[in-house]
Design a binder for this molecule. Structure first.
Ligand SMILES: Nc1ncnc2c1ncn2[C@@H]1O[C@H](COP(=O)(O)OP(=O)(O)OP(=O)(O)O)[C@@H](O)[C@H]1O
Ligand SMILES: [Mg+2]
Length: 342
């Protein structure tokens, strides 16, 4: 069973969404629907599965439906049609009380526009989720201070949000989501307001946290590099439709359409493709010249061994951590992997 399952979800915004649904199902485009009915298609027949312990990144242009999608998961938005299953429970069937409980204990969210309480201080904002869980003030201040420190805001705990910069407010939102320690985290453009250095640092912190805690994280971003760095899987939305889901390398090597291709065309593949992804397994290799081999680790990125292999005109022998040979990459294959499909 997947941690989160979204089945055939449609979301149409407007006065009478149900009446417009048949047109959407018949294949009218988002522009046609808007022009002819005044309704906006938010999501158009989206289905996806998100596995426990993974970072699932959702990417797409502005207005493609990313925030709409993530807000269905904790029912800040109800679908016009379709199913949202979290840990086997159809969230649409939850009673009001159950839903409150579910939001407090199952999921935390970092909002695109921070969503901080203006009349609460930083420490009160960060501790808010814990307060809702009924945790005592002493205890929640202790946890809140830890999280405030981890996002680099020590000293600001008694300030109000309007005394902070946008990036600092975003970090307060992040600390608040981390504080409740829920096993699902929804992060809507959680790092977008941060400067490049802090952003990169936060990405690293998230990956470190993830390697210990194995949360299920749904992460929204515009930024391809961020999605490649963080995502176990990436889903790409275009005008409310999910056009591709795959591992980063699948998206880069085999973009499903021109829209996805446009996203990935400038990516530096050497930074994101690992040796094991392009090697030919040992037992499938025959007739390759093995006189001039460079040994590479299966988890090394191409950029780490590319210069040496190209300069010495060698082929690669790919080994695992114990040194066992797993496969080979010829010099030609290595060079082709950088441009194939471009
Ligand atoms: N409350 C609403 N009422 C009407 N239309 C809405 C509403 N919320 C979203 N939409 C429409 O749904 C579509 C998807 O919006 P959404 O906010 O999900 O996009 P997004 O991918 O998150 O964009 P961005 O990257 O700019 O945050 C847009 O066309 C938007 O106009
Ligand atoms: Mg958004």
């Amino acid at each position: 069973m997947s941690k989160i399952e979204i089945n055939n979800v449609y979301k149409i915004f407007g006065n009478n969404p149900k009446s417009v649904l048949p047109l959407v199902k018949d294949g009218s485009s988002k522009e046609e629907i808007l022009e002819n009915t005044g309704h906006t298609v938010g999501l158009d027949n989206v289905s996806m599965k998100i596995e426990e312990g993974e970072i699932f990144v959702c990417m797409g242009l502005s207005g493609s439906g990313k925030s709409t999608l993530i807000r269905h998961l904790n029912r800040l938005i109800d679908p016009t049609e379709g199913e949202i299953i979290v840990e086997g429970t159809d969230v649409l069937t939850l009673s009001k009380d159950k839903l409150i409980d579910f939001r407090r204990h199952k999921m935390s969210m970092v909002f695109q526009r921070f969503g901080l309480f203006p009349h609460k201080t930083v420490i009160q904002n960060v501790g808010y989720g814990l307060e809702m869980q009924g945790i005592t003030e002493n205890e929640r201040n202790k946890t809140a201070m830890e999280k405030i420190e981890s996002v680099g805001l020590s000293g600001f705990e008694n300030q109000y949000p309007n005394q902070l910069s946008g990036g600092m407010q975003q970090r307060v939102g992040l600390a608040r989501a981390l504080a409740t320690d829920t096993d699902i985290m929804l992060m809507d453009e959680a790092f977008s307001a941060l400067d490049p250095l802090i952003r990169s640092d936060m990405q690293k912190q998230l990956l470190d946290l993830q390697s210990q805690l194995k949360k299920t994280i749904v992460f929204i971003t515009h930024d391809l590099d961020e999605s490649l760095r963080l995502g176990d899987h990436i889903g790409i939305l275009n005008a409310g439709k999910l056009v591709q889901v795959g591992r980063p390398v699948d998206i880069i090597m085999n973009p499903a359409d021109d829209y996805v291709a446009a996203f990935v065309k400038d990516v530096n593949r050497a930074k994101v493709i690992k040796a094991k992804v392009i090697m030919t397994p040992k037992d499938k290799v025959n007739g390759m010249d093995k006189t001039n081999l460079v040994k590479v680790q299966e988890d090394q990125f191409i950029e780490e061994f590319l210069p040496q292999v190209v300069c010495t005109n060698a082929n690669c022998e790919v080994v695992d951590k114990q040194g066992n040979v797993k496969g080979y990459i010829t010099n030609k294959e290595l060079k082709e992997s950088l441009t194939k499909g471009k």
